[in-house]
Design a protein around this ligand. Structure first.
Ligand SMILES: N[C@@H](CCC(=O)N[C@@H](CS)C(=O)NCC(=O)O)C(=O)O
Length: 212
């Protein structure tokens, strides 16, 4: 499989983790989002939304990281990234969506650039925006973990799920943008458990060949 990726992209990070957990080899094609590689005609033909990741499997170009994770889960069920129980699956998907659908979309490069270039917010205001929305997601995940009896080392149960993948991609930008993490002991316990697993650690932005 071929993955269009950028080292700092949290959505690409999700897919890198899932591929690693499932032991699927990939060939990376690097785009530099801060240099605008995503807007090149050649890439627009691959992904009309002009975002990463795109995962190419045969003739099919897959887009949107959570849809890609669900595809990988259906196509390569072992090891599972979702629990068997339907209620637990819904809970795990819900935690994942706090990151992927609610927090992360507010801090992607095109939103950050719009804040600066169109709305003329200051660097301080932009940082406050990023920290606010990442913090709101962390608040929610911490509260959900506190009342979920099946959480502990991981968000749910004894193995990583898509909730853990998305928890990691909530914490990583929170670290980059200096969000306070002390209020989130449960989140950080799960983060540390995940990052002790090579499939997670090897997918980290700092470990990617295009890292700067
Ligand atoms: N919801 C999408 C988000 C895709 C996305 O926005 N990716 C970012 C990097 S994490 C991107 O390519 N941004 C380019 C831009 O904002 O111009 C997913 O989960 O795949």
């Amino acid at each position: 499989m071929k993955l269009y990726t950028y080292y700092r992209s949290q959505a690409s990070f999700r897919v890198r983790i899932a591929l690693n957990l499932k032991g699927i080899a990939r060939e990376d094609s690097f785009l530099h989002l801060e240099k605008g590689d995503q807007f090149a005609d050649a890439y627009r033909a691959v992904n009309p939304q002009m975002v990463v990741p795109t995962l190419v499997d045969g003739d099919i170009k897959l887009f949107q990281s959570l849809a890609i994770l669900e595809y990988l889960e259906e196509r390569y069920p072992e090891p599972p990234l979702l629990p068997a129980d339907p209620l637990a699956r819904a809970w795990v998907r819900g935690v994942a969506l706090i990151n992927a659908a609610d927090s992360h979309p507010l801090i992607v490069p095109r939103v950050r650039h719009y804040l600066t270039d169109q709305l003329k917010v200051t660097d301080e205001q932009r940082l406050a925006w990023i920290q606010h929305w990442l913090g709101a997601g962390l608040d929610a995940i911490e509260a959900l973990l506190a009342r979920h009896s099946a959480s502990g080392r991981f968000c749910h149960g004894e193995r990583p799920t898509i909730a853990d993948i998305c928890l990691v991609t909530q914490v990583t930008p929170a670290k980059t943008f200096d969000c306070p993490l002390a209020p989130y002991p449960r989140v950080m316990r799960v983060y540390d458990s995940c990052m002790a697993i090579p499939a997670f650690a090897d997918a980290h932005p700092a470990k990617q060949p295009d890292a700067e």
